[in-house]
Write a protein that binds this ligand. Structure first.
Ligand code: AHR
Length: 322
């Protein structure tokens, strides 16, 4: 085991050199975690922030939390400020994949370990972070694609026109969910993506972009694939305002599995949501403590998730935690 400042402190306390407080409480208090969050763009993100804050409290971790309001420059500033404050560990969910090498190099030079949560970076130098905890976004896209591939078997012959609401441009979930979905639907040449545009993962943007899709393509649209539930919910409103029935005239597929999506499924307006769990807090605190103690952790920690079609929404709803 690598010897660190924290190991030495814990050892000293175990040897009776403590200050009249329990060793675990002292060790927990000693861990300072700087966390830079993407923003508050979706129901998912709100649940993710709550999970991180609650878990930090529960684990006795001192959390320095910074909301980047979906701007990379704010995340870079937050990381630099965590370095200046000499936190024990930095964790962040990168708003976009690219452009992190310089600031992560600064954290490495300051010997502060970095944990990625939820979203990945595309850095070639993997030594810039210790681990990445989060979902497999490509697989989520594939799951959405597989659902449609099956459903298409029951649809009238001919082309099935799909419109796609992408997440934030350049973000890992937008890139990967697009790729995974495209890979699977390629098996059926009748499944055609006729429009694809970013709705930035928000309800307002999802509605706005769907309105534009409906204006140009209206009744030609058979399926909406939204990279998250919030955009799907915004788009559902646009579909209804256009006098069409979401879930029937236009099938709606989305990702996340938030309560709002379950409510939409129970109302017959959304057909399926692919789960992406935001409840990463407890795992993050556990890994942050291990990393701070100098332990080796897996380079990739993948969250386990399912698929929820509308048919099982009512049964599953009481079990949903976010
Ligand atoms: O990175 C996870 C994605 O970001 C979620 O799917 C989306 O809702 C969020 O804003």
């Amino acid at each position: 085991m690598k010897i660190t400042r924290r190991t030495v402190l814990s050892a000293a306390i175990c040897l009776g050199l403590g200050f009249g407080i329990a060793s675990s409480a002292y060790a927990d208090k000693a861990l300072v975690l700087g966390f830079s969050q993407v923003g508050a763009e979706s129901e998912w993100r709100t649940a993710n922030t709550a999970s991180i804050k609650d878990a930090a409290k529960e684990a006795g971790v001192t959390l320095k939390f910074a909301d980047a309001q979906q701007k990379q420059e704010n995340q870079v500033k937050a990381i630099r400020s965590f370095i200046a404050q000499k936190v024990d560990v930095i964790a962040f969910s990168p708003v976009v994949e690219s452009g992190w090498d310089t600031v992560l190099g600064e954290a490495k030079a300051a010997k502060i370990p970095v944990i990625l949560t939820d979203r990945a970076v595309d850095s070639k130098d993997k030594s810039l972070y210790v681990t990445f905890i989060g979902s497999d976004f490509v697989e989520e896209g594939r799951r959405a694609g597989r659902w449609l591939l099956e459903r298409a078997k029951t649809m009238p012959a001919g082309d099935i026109n799909i419109v796609e609401l992408q997440g934030t441009v350049g973000s890992a979930p937008a890139i990967d969910r697009k790729a995974g979905f495209a890979e699977i639907i390629a098996a059926n040449p009748h499944l055609k993506i006729i429009r694809s545009q970013s709705g930035d993962f928000t309800r307002a943007k999802g509605k706005e972009v769907m309105e534009a899709f409906l204006k140009t393509d209206g009744k030609k649209i058979n399926v909406l694939y939204a990279h998250n539930d919030d955009m799907a919910i915004g788009a559902i409103q646009a579909i209804e305002e256009a006098g069409l029935k979401p879930g029937k005239d236009i099938l709606v597929i989305s990702v996340d599995g938030v309560k709002g999506a379950f409510e939409a499924m129970m109302a017959g307006k959304l057909n399926v949501t692919v789960e992406c769990s935001p409840l990463l807090g407890p795992q993050l605190m556990k890994v942050a403590k291990e990393v701070a103690a100098g332990e080796t952790v897996p380079k990739r920690i993948t969250t386990e998730e399912g698929v929820f079609p509308a048919e099982i929404a009512a049964k599953e709803f009481p079990n949903r935690k976010y």
